[in-house]
Design a protein around this ligand. Sequence first.
Ligand SMILES: [Zn+2]
Length: 142
Amino acid sequence: MEQCFESTAKAAQERYDPQFLKFLKEFETVFRHERLFPKDCRTCGRTFRTLAEYLLNTVPKGHSFEDCEETMRQPYTMTYRHCSCGNTLVLTLTEETYPYLRELWSMLHEKASRSGRPINEVVREFSDQWQHYIITHNRNEG
Ligand SMILES: [Zn+2]
């Protein structure tokens, strides 16, 4: 318990939820950027070379992350963001691009049910921290 409080305090300093942090770090190490980037906006023609560049130049649409596993019958997550031209861009995550999708969603659902908050609120919080983490840790990339 003590250890738990300690890590919570440390993460609060860095503004990241300790339960999210593990998954955020995995986005840096195991996320297969090359399968998804460069990505183009079909409406304005803008090219996003990296995940950091993409997150920096788009804004999340609602809670952004949508779990589509039930429909797709495999771990499958869609993230929705708005390009600066107003177009909605979709980034699709599967186990090939991010192997921890199932663990991510079970953590988010567990967090929601334990705190009595709506799942979308927890997902939005994760999405915000995801954006902040990726941009902060990849600022000098490319
Ligand atoms: Zn655009």
